[in-house]
Ligand binder design. Structure first.
Ligand code: NAD
Length: 295
């Protein structure tokens, strides 16, 4: 079993660290928030006084932080403090350029590194059923896989440094666009006198089918486990959907890719967030679109 330092013990990092402890790893954690520290301590983590202290004897370092600037700040702080040859894994969702810069920080200090963002949300983090999308050298990925398997059920090597983040934002750009399109179809169906169930029965088995429809159906009824049946409690919060869409547009602009559907989805989610729904599940956009329709 390995000595693992875990930096960022929030809604995702906390339960992920708990799963590493449950698997028998020796986890030393660090976070800036006292509430996150308390939870991690209860789960059996040792708590360090700083990120640099947490990594001092670590064979593996995992970070799960809000954005690229946090990851780069922390990795710069800890790169020299960790034993040479350690494996650095960042599971935060961050921009591709920052992910590549983080790999460079690790490489320059003599460490292996993997960008390994996740999908599956807080439920997947607790149940250890996350999907990890990984970028990095073969050797680094091979070393990361057994650790990631304790926190997730699907581990995919997407390519070199930054490829995990690239896969994550491409996937979530599809998700944002398909959810908006699915929600629009339900609003149109209402106007045309077509029942939610009838549209679901047809589209779920024909060419309109998608995860947004069959797993996260934005109206109550057809999929009993979707957030629509639970007051649109997340699930996957609209604020995080907007974050990922903005990352996709930043990457598209930097890479020169035309992503007009992604751009419109980004605008829709920006309006939905600004209307006070940042904490709602992202499928709640159906109510926002209904509100924009003629009475
Ligand atoms: P969170 O805000 O609950 O947790 C982030 C933690 O990082 C906080 O506890 C914060 O105190 C800590 N932190 C910030 N700066 C720090 C620093 N310099 N040193 C140490 N700790 C620091 O966020 P979360 O929901 O756990 O998300 C973490 C990452 O996972 C984000 O990049 C997010 O986009 C991604 N993600 C989240 C979900 C989800 O459903 N919540 C799903 C997939 C991916």
């Amino acid at each position: 079993m390995a000595k693992i330092a875990f930096i960022g013990l929030g809604n995702m990092g906390g339960p992920m660290a708990a799963n590493l402890i449950a698997a028998g790893h020796e986890v030393t954690g660090f976070d800036l928030a006292p509430a996150s520290i308390d939870e991690a301590r209860k789960a059996g983590a040792a708590i360090a006084g700083s990120a640099a202290e947490a990594v001092r004897t670590a064979e593996i370092v995992v970070s799960m932080l809000p954005a690229g600037k946090h990851v780069l700040g922390v990795w710069r702080d800890i790169a020299a403090a960790a034993p040479k040859g350690a494996l650095f894994i960042d599971s935060s969702t961050i921009d591709v350029d920052s992910a590549r810069a983080a790999h460079e920080i690790a490489r320059a200090a003599g460490h292996k590194s993997v960008d390994a963002p996740v999908s599956g949300g807080t439920g997947g983090a607790k149940a250890a059923t996350l999907t990890f999308m990984c970028g990095g050298a073969d050797e680094a990925f091979a070393a990361a896989r057994p650790v990631l398997e304790k926190m997730g059920k699907k581990i995919v090597h997407c390519g070199g440094p930054g490829a995990g983040q690239a896969a994550k934002i491409c996937n979530n750009m599809i998700l944002g666009a398909t959810m908006a399109a699915t929600a629009e179809a339900f609003v149109l169906a209402e106007k045309l006198g077509l029942s939610h169930q009838a549209l679901y029965d047809v589209s779920s088995t024909s060419s309109g089918q998608s995860w947004s429809l069959t797993t996260y159906c934005p109206v109550p009824g057809p999929v009993p486990t979707s957030p629509a049946n639970n007051g649109y409690k997340p699930g996957f919060a609209a604020a995080l959907m907007l974050k990922d869409l903005l990352l996709s547009q930043q990457a598209a602009s930097a890479a020169g890719a035309a992503t007009p559907m992604g751009a419109v989805a980004t605008q829709l989610y920006a309006l939905f967030n600004a209307a006070g729904h940042a904490g709602d599940d992202f499928s709640g956009i159906v109510n926002f679109l209904r509100g924009q329709s003629k009475a």
